[in-house]
Design a protein around this ligand. Structure first.
Ligand SMILES: C[S@@+](CC[C@H](N)C(=O)[O-])C[C@H]1O[C@@H](n2cnc3c(N)ncnc32)[C@H](O)[C@@H]1O
Length: 223
């Protein structure tokens, strides 16, 4: 496959895999926010943001943290099971009025109006089983829904990760291990996605036991 082609069977299989994974392991990422969410909350606050769109929110460790930090949060994911766990936790924690969830596949246009959010966050979402063309289209959608001057913080596993080049190859730098398909980013892709944006920061970090090797990218729309 090239970056222009899509594999609907892989996408459907991944959706089912994530649904099953969240059912079998509720709250699998824990209750603590990720380090990138901690960083993003500071960046968003400094920029004066009040509302955050989170893509690929899963069961909501980070969406709940943004809500606790005072932001209004719209959380999306293609797993209704994960979002159900998020909604339940939000209600339990008295955050129900600050967090809205929408089941949504990021291969489709975002269900939001132009220039309607202050900030967008996506931890380990752009590096899912998305073709290069789909990733470009998604970042175009993020650009459309962000207000001028808005901030986008996203993280991706990159080609320095131990799983890069291992397992089942699906083309377009997508490799599947243990049922999870990941698109490993190189720096050229990060730079291409920042075209027309202000690229503020590319920060390398690790998460988990593997460890996953990731980049945290912060980019801002010109005013
Ligand atoms: C690695 S998990 C990260 C979850 C969450 N960001 C976190 O760090 O706790 C990736 C998430 O992306 C979601 N996802 C994968 N492909 C997606 C797609 N095409 N559209 C929407 N969500 C997707 C999965 O359901 C999963 O919740």
């Amino acid at each position: 496959m090239t970056g222009q082609e899509q594999d609907p069977q892989l996408a459907q299989a991944q959706r089912e895999h994530w649904q099953h994974t969240y059912s079998a392991h509720p709250g699998m990422y824990g209750e603590q926010p990720s380090d990138p969410a901690d960083h993003a909350a500071d960046v968003f606050r400094t920029a004066g943001a009040r509302d955050v769109l989170e893509l690929g929110a899963g069961h909501g460790r980070d969406a709940l943290y943004f809500a606790r930090s005072g932001f209004t949060v719209q959380a999306t994911d293609f797993s209704a099971v994960g979002l159900g766990q998020l909604t339940h936790a939000a209600r339990t924690q008295g955050l129900g009025d600050r967090v809205a969830t929408v089941t949504h596949d990021v291969r489709e246009p975002l269900p939001l109006a132009d220039s309607s959010v202050d900030a967008v966050f996506a931890h380990m979402l752009l590096c899912m089983a998305l073709s290069t063309a789909e990733i470009h289209a998604l970042v175009g959608e993020v650009r459309r829904v962000l207000r001028p001057g808005g901030t986008f913080v996203y993280t991706v596993r990159h080609t320095g990760d131990a799983h890069y080049g291992t397992g089942t190859a699906h083309g377009d730098d997508i490799f599947e291990n243990g049922g999870f398909a990941v698109h490993f980013f190189d720096r050229d892709l990060v730079n291409a996605l920042a075209d027309g944006w202000i690229l503020n920061d590319v920060h390398a970090f690790e998460e988990g036991d593997l460890p996953r090797r990731l980049w945290r990218i912060t980019q801002t729309l010109p005013r």
